[in-house]
Design a protein around this ligand. Structure first.
Ligand SMILES: *Cc1c(COP(=O)(O)O)cnc(C)c1O
Length: 384
């Protein structure tokens, strides 16, 4: 099998799993209890908090553990919206956000919070002028993702943060695709809130975190006990949190090497596919793009048909995002970038990672062209 869908999820690193295992069995204490069994679990949670904070150059007290990226996004948007509605109710986001942000915004719209969805250019970069123009005295929050999960485009987060700061508006970034892959420093970026998820960087599924800068007004997201200083109640997912911490530590140490290695493979795959398949488009920004992501549109072919044929060859990729693969709607990200719907239907995303090797690139670039050729042969739109 060849796995090239690392933006959907990653396998848990063996070293991460090893560190998690004792916390399912021997070290099962509830971190809120007082005996030493429980205090060892508490210490493990706090060590993980330090590791995550270190990866982000944050203070450990600014890290709140969640059940993943989706919860962190919902927490940031709803928590800030409800806590600051005395000041105003306007929220600004972009048209290319992950559904965790988009659907939380849609929910808030129904609750009486007006939301502006900013357009992007053909590379998927948010229109900065439109952003600045859309800020009103009622604006309380801007939420723009750091790197897009489908096409990999990286946003000018520092510039957006400066604009937000100038207008006294909070700035949240969904950094789920950035954290663990590329350096993310909350102070250098100047963000107020930031979401991350363990399973996107070789940690376990179902655990993530929200960074909240000290002093930011945010409502607790889940009410209950005093866990996470009362802001996110519920007995901690100790093994998951330990796994997130270990994944953060490994990422910090290994990401630079990994970027060099994987970027070479991605670039080679891109070059080969562009060379071998006529009439394809490479999506996303040519330079400001995640080093592991290759999104293409193959004209006159359905993305789903290519995926099924690739699967027969043991190759895992995706079309659009994992969330839209199940529906037949073209990707909202590609449409926002101005790609015509009939072209967007032919989208294919390869996202590479730790276990890809040169031979995988060779195999995919040998297998895909004949698949495309065959599908085009039977396509009513293709005229050769
Ligand atoms: C995967 C992803 C999420 C959701 O994270 P989960 O931990 O799967 O809930 C949010 N935003 C982006 C950009 C993602 O890629």
């Amino acid at each position: 099998m060849i796995y090239m869908d690392y933006n959907a999820t990653t396998p848990t690193d063996e070293r991460v799993l090893e560190e998690m295992l004792p916390y399912f069995s021997q070290e099962y204490g509830n971190p809120s209890s007082i005996y030493s069994l429980a205090q060892r679990a508490r210490n493990a949670v706090e060590q993980a908090r330090e590791r995550v904070a270190k990866l982000l150059n944050a203070d450990p007290r600014e890290i709140i553990f969640t059940s993943g990226g989706t919860e962190a996004d919902n927490f940031a948007l709803k928590g800030v919206a409800y806590a600051n509605q005395d000041k105003g109710k306007h929220i600004i986001t972009s048209q290319i956000e992950h559904h965790a942000v988009l659907n939380a915004c849609k929910f808030l719209e129904k609750q009486g919070f007006p939301v502006t969805y900013l357009p992007v250019d053909r590379w998927g970069v948010v229109d900065i002028e439109a952003l600045e123009k859309s800020i009103t005295p009622q604006t309380i929050l801007i939420s723009i993702m750091l790197a897009n999960n489908e096409v990999g485009t990286i946003q000018p987060i520092k510039i957006i943060a400066e604009i937000a700061k100038k207008h006294g508006v909070y700035f949240h970034t969904d950094a789920v695709q950035g954290v663990g892959k590329i350096p993310v420093d909350v102070n250098d970026l100047g963000v107020d809130l930031l979401s991350l998820s363990a399973h996107k960087f070789y940690g376990p599924k179902g655990v993530g975190a929200l960074y909240v800068r000290r002093g930011v007004r945010i409502l607790p997201f889940i009410n209950g006990g005093e866990q996470e200083k009362g802001r996110r109640a519920g007995t901690e997912n100790v093994p998951g949190i330990v796994g997130l911490g270990k994944a953060a530590e490994l990422a910090q140490r290994e990401m630079e090497e990994e970027e060099k290695r994987v970027k070479k493979l991605r670039d080679k795959l891109e070059q080969k596919l562009v060379q071998k398949i006529p009439e394809i488009i490479v999506n996303g920004h040519p330079q400001k793009r995640l080093f592991n992501t290759l999104s293409i549109c193959v004209k006159y072919v359905e993305g789903e048909s290519m995926l099924m044929n690739l699967d027969k060859e043991g190759i895992c990729a995706s079309s659009g995002s994992a969330c839209t693969s199940a529906s037949l709607e073209p990707s909202h990200v590609l449409l926002a970038m101005g790609i015509p719907p009939e072209v967007a239907h032919g989208s294919l995303r390869f996202s590479l990672g730790k276990f890809n090797r040169e031979a995988d690139v060779e195999k995919v670039s040998e297998v895909l062209p004949p698949i495309v050729e065959e599908l085009r042969r039977v396509s009513p739109f293709w005229e050769g």
